[in-house]
Design a protein around this ligand. Sequence first.
Ligand code: NG1
Ligand code: ZN
Length: 531
Amino acid sequence: MAQFEEVSKQSILHPKPAGLVLHYGTAGFRSNSIHLDHIMFRMGLLAVLRSKKTKSTIGIMVTASHNPEEDNGVKLVDPMGEMLAATWESYATMLANAEQEELISALNEIIEKEGIDKSPEASVFVGKDTRSSSASLSQAVLDGVHALGGHSKDYGLVTTPQLHYMVCCKNTQGKYGDATVEGYYKKLCQAFTQLVGNASNRTDDQKHLCVDGANGIGALKLREMISHLNKGLQVTIFNDGSKGKLNHQCGADFVKVQQKTPTGIQVNPGDRCCSFDGDADRIVYYFTDSQQVFHLLDGDKIATLISTFLKELLIQAGLNLKIAVVQTAYANGSSTDYLENTMNVTVRCTKTGVKHLHHAALEFDVGVYFEANGHGTVLFSKAAEDKIQQLAQDSRIDDERKRAALMLQSTINVINQTVGDALSDMLLIEAILAIKGMTVEQWDRIYTDLPNRQLKVKVSDRRVIDTTDAERRAVSPAGLQEAIDQLVKTYRKARSFVRPSGTEDVVRVYAEADTQESADALAHEVSLAVY
Ligand code: NG1
Ligand code: ZN
């Protein structure tokens, strides 16, 4: 490519620190922002190749999600708005770690292996979060795209799911919606308004929600979205970025892991609250009761609420569609038990990481997937969407079926099927609670979580731990699983597993049991067995 000269020239302005090695992990590259300039430039290059290969627009999001403000990261978005294909993750790692003088040969290797035709135009959409490093890092991405002759569209400050949405809209020629932030708000808000039209006499109290924006992009974008809602939702935004630091003692990850209210939020007992994470692709709900006890409604409770709602609608609509919930090993045992034995819903367990859940959810007509940490969405198969569409337009059916079909149609429009989306999930949850006339306390009482504890253990090499059965059992090192089994036996209703983290240099330990003391003790004992 004549363009290679330009790449060589430009890459000198984005030099790789010699010897630095980073991996494209579960959530792309993540590190302290000072290490990432060359990675960003090179991901711009890679996105051009991916765009030529797929003859589609590719997305690049500059964010480190729930990590501290000092960190940053980058993720590529594939044509339908999904995560980057696994084979390309290894190209990303190879390109990122090529020393300066090996860069062109690394590009050539990818071009050859993938048989990339150089002639198609390349198009890349770029977005960034509110971190102070994001502006210059996203400029490095754009430099990479342009150096290799690609066209770019810079969406500036957007949430991760908004960027996924734009990519999908563009590559489906607008069938999924308009590839603009305005188009995103219009589609979601119109569907929300239609849904809550089914809720009779909502009081102002029921319309009110307290949102912790994690001092990030979610707060900014929520404020924009609210203006499209015609007062259908009354939101008080805390941690909107005007004072506090991004993700510091706030946000969905803090609330889930610490199991407590974030700082910077003033609420009364019973107030319905939710927290976004730093790029607004996760959401968890919570409230404090009159005894000042904190109650968390995590991804499992969200999946239960949504799947119950959808199952009821499918029955009312008389549609024979297969619905399933996809979880990971971190799902609370009570949620799995409730879904399987009370709701009679199919439950699948996959490895951690949304791409695994997303993939499994695609196997069903309606696949609801959520990680316990609040990352999730609902996928409708093409056949399911067509059936719902047809029924909603059928003039011969009775009112109850019609109403159910229309609600299913609005649910399809309110949910961002490309990826977990805090704004979109929030609208769907708020609509369901309104339609069911359900308080957050009633939602919480659907089932009672088993007390649980998550711990992190630092070891010299976390990769010596290898797992099977959707990460629920360790196959190496020898003897570890047997030791865990012995410990679990000494507690009631207990379960525990360990796995190496894909995003941090730690081993994660999870334990649940009949009491908090037992869950804490079991997690502690298992973490000692990991050493
Ligand atoms: P790791 O670090 O592999 O456990 C964490 C989350 C995942 C997922 C990724 C990507 C837990 C236990 N793990 O992965 O669910 O969200 O980060 O952000 O919450
Ligand atoms: Zn995130």
